[in-house]
Design a protein around this ligand. Structure first.
Ligand code: NAD
Length: 383
């Protein structure tokens, strides 16, 4: 068996990291998993479980660091609290490149990782970048707990049904009340055309929007008359990537940033919009599909430019709401009802507060989420 691809520098249990990040909310626990025999290196961060056992995805990527997992886990604390589900925030990562290992190697890594975290009952794994419902089935087979399972295992396959993408489209409905954007005819630029991007595009187009730009790891395509979402999904399934789509102009991957649109949806990597490129984005609204796609400085720049920027833990909560419904035995229908109801309420509450307090939407959302977590923490035994 060949070794998983690992970036060694990202697997340093540097306790000093937490001096900079730990605060009254968390993390509660950080666990490093190291199994040299199969090349497994993993990190779990349970950030805060006051509201309930933490739910958060297992990310598989060669470049993840402890700090990134911590930031993602914290984002889950706020997201889950704001979403109104009975779960705290956590996240984990397996340091490997899913594009460079075989499915057999992947299964070994995921199963070993699951067994290693069996006793960590305050963490319920879900899918994330590089993992999917098959991975969650392996986890469930090993330790009996995971979300994002296939129907046959009693789950609601959130990536298949597109729960996160659906939530983004609901969020898109609400932004019409707070901006000049009308979904009917709105041009959408989708950066990242994986699980989140494909479904978000599909559900936004169902509401009248037009997909004009799509980007994946290998390139960007652009067509002002609209990209056919189903045709593009077929290209992705065939492994051709967005560049396999015929009826659009081919561009370099990062060229998406200079193409004007109405709604920009980052749905790929963290830190895509930074202080260096935030001035270049030409859109009215950003719906953050990915987790932490904007640096703090970039969010301020977008706000100052009058761009409505709906933060990750508000805009992409559809998946975790679905995961929670699944974990508590609900159906797909119940999950979609709950996503629609909660996403509408929460997006409205956040944007109203942001308008009345004249703060960034992220700050308004954080204030609301912190209030909820603080109240839950007040019910915990203090000794
Ligand atoms: P995915 O692996 O299915 O898709 C990622 C997409 O991004 C792919 O099309 C890939 O080619 C593209 N990509 C990767 N690097 C890129 C780059 N540098 N430039 C342009 N495109 C790039 O992942 P996903 O499940 O769709 O998740 C995407 C993001 O959404 C992640 O940040 C994830 O944490 C977040 N998220 C996912 C869910 C979910 O339900 N899957 C829920 C909430 C948040």
């Amino acid at each position: 068996m060949s070794q998983a691809v690992v970036d060694e520098k990202n697997f340093q249990p540097e306790f000093a990291i937490f001096d900079g990040f730990a605060d009254e909310y968390g993390p509660e626990k950080v666990v490093y998993v190291y199994e040299p025999r199969c090349g497994l290196k993993g990190i779990v961060v349970v950030d805060n479980s006051s509201i309930g056992p933490s739910i958060g995805g297992i990310r598989m990527t060669p470049t993840v660091s402890t700090e990134e997992v911590f930031r993602l886990a914290r984002a889950m604390t706020w997201k889950n609290a704001l979403a109104g589900i009975p779960h705290g925030g956590g996240k984990s990562a397996i340091i490997a490149d899913p594009r460079k290992i075989s499915i057999e190697q992947k299964e070994i890594l995921v199963r070993q990782f699951a067994r290693a975290i069996e006793g960590l009952s305050q963490y319920i794994p879900g899918p994330d970048m590089g993992t999917d419902e098959t991975c969650m089935a392996w986890v469930r087979d090993e330790i009996r707990r995971s979300v994002g399972l296939s129907t046959v295992l009693g789950g609601i396959p959130l990536d298949q049904v597109g729960a996160t993408g659906y939530g983004l489209a609901v969020c898109g409905e609400v932004i019409q009340e707070f901006s000049d954007v009308d979904l009917e005819g709105a041009r959408v630029s989708m950066q990242g055309f994986g699980n989140v991007g494909q479904h978000a595009a599909r559900y936004l187009v169902e509401r009248g929007a037009i997909l004009t730009v799509a980007t994946d790891i290998d390139g960007t395509i652009h067509n002002e008359d609209g990209i056919d979402v189903e045709e593009l999904v077929k290209c992705m399934r065939a492994g051709k990537g967005v560049k396999g789509y015929a009826n659009a102009t081919q561009k370099e991957r990062d060229d998406f940033i200079d193409i004007a649109c109405d709604i920009f949806v980052p749905a790929a990597q963290p830190d895509v919009i930074t202080e260096e490129n935030a001035e270049r984005i030409k859109c009215q609204v950003v719906l953050q599909g990915a987790n932490i796609p904007c640096t703090a400085g970039a969010e301020q720049i977008l706000h100052d430019r009058g761009i409505l920027n709906v933060p990750d833990f508000v805009a992409n909560a559809g998946g975790v709401i679905c995961g929670s419904v699944e974990y508590h035995g609900g159906s797909k229908h119940q999950a979609f009802m709950e996503i629609a109801e909660k996403m509408r309420e929460n997006t409205r509450a956040v944007l109203k507060k942001s308008t009345s307090d004249q703060t960034l939407p992220r700050d308004a959302a954080l204030t609301l989420a912190r209030e909820r977590v603080k109240e839950a923490m007040s019910y915990r035994r203090s000794n």
